[in-house]
Design a binder for this molecule. Structure first.
Ligand code: XIL
Length: 300
């Protein structure tokens, strides 16, 4: 097939991109979006600072625009993200009472998931809850600090009740190298959730890579997680300078793992990227295909 989405679909996978609602009026952008991609992730529009900027007051307009566009063009939607320490409005971070925060978190998850019910393929229920470095433990956040380790489980149970048709994912970065303590910490959590029946369906590997691309153990990591009984997705792929080999290696790792269900790049053109100084994407600022594009298409 001649496009990323169509080629990925031949093996039952999707190929997606992050989308910014403010760019949907850019014809070059939407032409590439609708030609190449069969999945989208709102880049910022479903985050808490946008969707519930003050307590109990919800704003789904920007995300609705992306979901409507996706629905009209047959694209799956990944929901990103419900519980995260970043892009969190100040009013949440300022809470000091555990019972209040617990009900606020549950209400946020339930209201946002209910709004989009039936239209989301997979939700990143919790994003980036683990600490960098060697601890293998959760990072400090208002959720961790007030609710303790159980906040992740609570979020997933709440999410399952809100929309049983959506796959529920844990999403993080720097969990690609199998021997890293952070990878092992997330692995132990997923293993524990599966053993105790806590609802989790998938693990998202953000995959924001340097020029070297994925670590040598990347495919091992993906298959070890898949063996726990969860789907795997590459959720925010970008690679500094976009070397063809690094992109091809990343795609091959997914293709070689049956439960790796799709790949999402974190933007369309280099000029759209949050790392635009590193030219990490598959299309240049003018919307032309870069060498990495061909490498990805060939590896799918
Ligand atoms: C980034 C967006 O791309 C930026 O536009 C925004 O300013 C900050 O967030 N991990 C994630 C994504 O899970 O939500 C982040 O997206 C990149 C890192």
């Amino acid at each position: 097939a001649g496009t990323l989405g169509a080629q990925a679909a031949q093996s039952g996978r999707y190929f997606g991109t992050a989308v910014a609602s403010g760019r949907l009026g850019d014809d070059t952008y939407t032409a590439i979006l609708d030609r190449e991609f069969n999945a989208v992730t709102p880049e910022n529009e479903m985050k808490w600072d946008t969707t519930e900027p003050s307590r109990g007051s919800f704003n789904f307009g920007p995300a609705d625009r992306i979901v409507s566009h996706a629905t009209a063009h047959g694209q799956r939607v990944r929901g990103h993200t419900l519980v995260w320490h970043s892009q969190l409005p100040g009013w949440v971070g300022s809470l000091t009472d555990a019972n209040t925060l617990r009900s606020v978190m549950r209400h946020h998850i339930t209201t946002e998931m209910t709004h989009f019910k039936g239209r989301i393929y997979a939700w990143d229920v919790v994003n980036e809850a683990f600490a960098d470095g060697g601890s293998g433990q959760h990072r400090s956040s208002v959720f961790q600090n007030l609710l303790g380790d159980g906040f992740i489980e609570d979020a997933f149970r709440t999410a399952r009740s809100a929309d049983p048709s959506a796959k529920l994912c844990y999403n993080d970065y720097s969990i690609e190298n199998w021997s890293d303590a952070k990878t092992q910490g997330v692995y132990r959590m997923v293993r524990d959730f599966k053993a105790r029946g806590v609802p989790i369906d998938c693990v998202g590997f953000q995959s924001h890579f340097g020029t070297g691309g994925p670590p040598a153990s990347f495919q091992t990591t993906l298959s070890n997680f898949a063996a726990l009984g969860v789907d795997i997705q590459i959720t925010e792929l970008d690679i500094a300078q976009a070397p063809s080999t690094a992109y091809a290696n990343t795609v091959r790792a997914c293709m070689n793992v049956a439960r790796c269900t799709g790949i999402t790049v974190w933007g369309i053109r280099d000029s759209d990227s949050w790392r635009s100084g590193e030219n990490p994407l598959l299309f240049d600022a003018a919307g032309n295909k870069k060498p990495a594009y061909q490498a990805v298409l060939s590896a799918l």
